[in-house]
Design a binder for this molecule. Structure first.
Ligand code: NAD
Length: 331
């Protein structure tokens, strides 16, 4: 990992969605390692406070703007060589409630960013794809070339991203790499709002001694992936010089499956070290949620063999880090 971090020095990078969970973590690590970083964000779901540590850094520029505006996208790519495109409206339930806006941002905005990147001749376009693209395929572990039909409007948008990236490479020669993230978690993931992800949402409830409510019986499982593994993949995808490794998609995961009941048990144990009463908070069970896939587990062989991916954090190690971060920062 250290050897790739040293290569970041002096690189000029645009991070869209850089005020969000994944984007702001990327901004910080790139700045810490000598890159010049521009962040484009409209704060739809991200927060300025996520950028507190770097906002005044001389190598950091914040561009407040919307990827649905092509002029903004052109301006944002004007001084960079690489794009790490994270901006999107996440959440399956949000996309079911409002498919039009999800499509405008995730497809329209994505296309704008590709057009702007192609016009500027940027070196590499790395983008956040999603495990939701596996849709109704039942086989486990998920391998990149076997996908099913999408199960939500969100999943469609993320699959369309992959199709556009592929066509833009074939048509205009722009180098793209898609990263299919599997349930990412860690510091700075937002615990608030109707569409909060399960780990920060349950963490906040447990810290308040309130019962988390499971969708279903808690046997649905996910390949929960710690943020630092995701950062590593973004950097590897951005910097690889191997032509064979480009213009394709990669699973970004740890390669282990944890069901929700197991997850809550670990959260309670970890948080219980700070406040023993948390270990006694009971879980409640509710109905299943539309658009959810029952199980998710990634094969990470392709990422390992083509990009040298070497995930440093197991789910347990990642949860330990995340819980101590939430304990310090949420109270
Ligand atoms: P996030 O909501 O924290 O970050 C998304 C960022 O994009 C936010 O800062 C938001 O303000 C910004 N944004 C939204 N609409 C915008 C617009 N129109 N113009 C400019 N900026 C806009 O979410 P995240 O978890 O950090 O996700 C980052 C990316 O990873 C997204 O593309 C998401 O679909 C993808 N992804 C995330 C996960 C996960 O587990 N977190 C899993 C699969 C894929």
């Amino acid at each position: 990992m250290q050897e790739i971090l040293t290569q970041l020095d002096g690189k000029k990078v645009l991070i869209t969605g850089g005020a969000g969970f994944i984007g702001s973590n990327l901004c910080e690590v790139l700045i810490e390692n000598g890159a010049e970083v521009a962040c484009l964000d409209n704060f739809a779901t991200g927060h300025k406070y996520n950028l507190d540590a770097i906002i005044s850094h001389p190598n950091f520029t914040l561009i407040e703007g919307d990827i649905r505006d092509i002029t903004t996208c052109h301006q944002a790519v004007s001084n960079v060589d690489y794009v790490l495109h994270q901006a999107a409206l996440g959440s399956v339930p949000r996309s079911i409630k409002d498919p039009a806006t999800t499509n405008e941002v995730n497809v329209g905005g994505f296309l704008n960013m590709l057009i702007a990147s192609k016009d500027k001749g940027i070196k590499r376009f790395v983008y956040a794809a999603s495990s939701s693209t596996y849709g109704d395929s039942v086989g486990l572990p998920k391998q990149e070339d076997i996908i099913g039909k999408p199960l939500s409007p969100y999943a469609i948008t993320k699959y369309v991203n992959e199709l556009y990236a592929d066509v833009f490479h074939k048509t205009y020669g722009i180098d793209c790499i898609g990263l299919r993230y599997f349930n990412v978690f860690g510091r700075k993931q937002d615990p608030n709002g109707a569409y909060a992800a399960v780990i920060p949402k349950f963490t906040k409830l447990l810290m308040n001694h309130e019962s988390p409510v499971m969708n279903g019986d808690g046997t649905y499982s996910r390949d929960f992936t710690y943020i630092d593994n995701v950062i590593q993949m973004n950097i590897r995808a951005m910097l690889t010089q191997d032509k064979e490794a480009m213009n394709t998609v990669y699973n970004v995961a740890y390669g282990e499956r944890t069901d929700l009941n197991e997850l809550v048990a670990v959260l309670k144990t970890e948080l219980g070290q700070f406040d023993e009463a948390i270990t006694t908070v009971e879980v409640k069970y509710g109905s299943k949620r539309a658009g959810d896939v029952p199980h998710s587990l990634a094969s990470i062989d392709k990422a390992k063999s083509r990009l040298g991916y070497d995930p440093q954090y197991s789910i347990k190690d990642g949860l330990k880090e995340a819980m101590s971060w939430y304990w310090k920062n949420l109270k």
